[in-house]
Ligand binder design. Structure first.
Ligand code: CP
Length: 311
């Protein structure tokens, strides 16, 4: 049976069914050689990707650019509001309309939840949410799932700890919701009480077969998990800096804690101090591979959306 990817936009991981996720992951596997520059492709030659980044990014923006260039496509856009006419007072709606005229798909990062959805309702080209405030980061989730499947062999039967800033961390929101589509998954939610997973995400988990438990300490669960998914405390989302300083450095993974364990360590990056440098040279480190996996996964996303929705 030929599989079909039905979505025009990638706004929330909640729009995905399991077969949509598997479609992108399978496509990404096929693109590994091109992603690693061992082959060439004109798949998106002549196509233009619009990058609207109102919030800082290294991996997401650059990996989308790399993905487009591996297909002989081109990128336009801005990396901060300051370098666009938004800084002169132009509306996001007008800015998006310009990008619709100039490009074949849009990638949007913004500090406010819902901006990608708002733009997708205004334009005819595919829109990809590259992170909206403390909301969603669906393409990060796709590359996280790709990494888990690649490293562990399956997403079903997974025991995973999501650690750190579960309140503001959009990557863990999307990832937790995606795991509801798989079988026999157990999620350990490890955070200080102030940074617990939001109620609406727990509500989504409660509606499914995913088992979850909220805990304070990594030591309590480290022997039970296949994956430690570590996140940064999102300093920029705290209203009161003193609240951030009280929690900063609450969880730090180091090499000694991991010795003898049968698990992998992932992190969407950037990291601050939550994974010590001595983990980098161990077999547990999968966070750099995870970041590299962004290229085949985002190639699969761009190829699928742009080819399925020609201008
Ligand atoms: N993982 C991630 O979203 O990283 P950037 O903020 O650097 O894009």
């Amino acid at each position: 049976m030929v599989k079909i990817f039905k979505l025009k936009n990638i706004i929330s991981i909640k729009d995905f069914e399991r077969e949509d996720i598997e479609y992108i992951l399978d496509e990404a596997s096929k693109l590994e050689d091109i992603a690693q520059s061992k082959a060439i492709s004109d798949e998106l030659k002549g196509k233009v990707l619009g990058l609207m980044f109102f919030e800082p990014s290294t991996r997401t923006r650059i990996s989308f650019e790399t993905a487009m260039k591996r297909f002989n496509g081109q990128c336009i856009g801005f990396a901060s509001s300051d370098s666009s006419s938004v800084s002169k007072g132009e509306s996001i709606a007008d800015t998006a309309k310009m990008f619709e005229a100039y490009s074949d798909a849009l990638v949007i990062r913004h500090e406010l939840e819902g901006v990608s959805k708002f733009i997708s309702d205004l334009v005819d080209v595919p829109v990809i949410n590259a992170g909206d405030g403390a909301g969603q980061h669906p393409t990060q989730t796709l590359l996280d799932l790709y990494t888990i499947r690649d490293e562990i062999g399956s997403i079903d039967n997974l025991n995973i700890a999501l650690i750190g800033d579960l309140k503001f961390g959009r990557t863990v929101h999307s990832l937790a919701q995606s795991l509801t589509l798989f079988n026999n998954v157990k999620i350990y939610l490890v955070s200080p009480p102030e940074l617990r997973m939001p109620q609406e995400i727990l509500h989504d988990l409660n509606k499914t077969n995913v088992e979850y438990v909220e805990v304070d300490n990594i030591e309590d669960i480290i022997d039970d998990v296949d994956v430690l998914y570590v996140t940064r405390i999102q300093k920029e989302r705290f209203v009161d800096i003193d609240d951030y300083l009280k929690i900063k450095g609450a969880y730090i993974i180091n090499k000694k804690m991991l010795e003898g364990k049968d698990l992998i360590v992932m992190h969407p990056l950037p990291r601050i101090d939550e994974i010590a440098g001595d983990v980098d040279d161990t077999k547990y480190n999968k966070y750099f591979k995870q970041a590299a996996n962004a290229v085949p996964v985002r190639m699969a996303i761009l190829k699928t959306l742009i080819k399925n929705n020609p201008k």
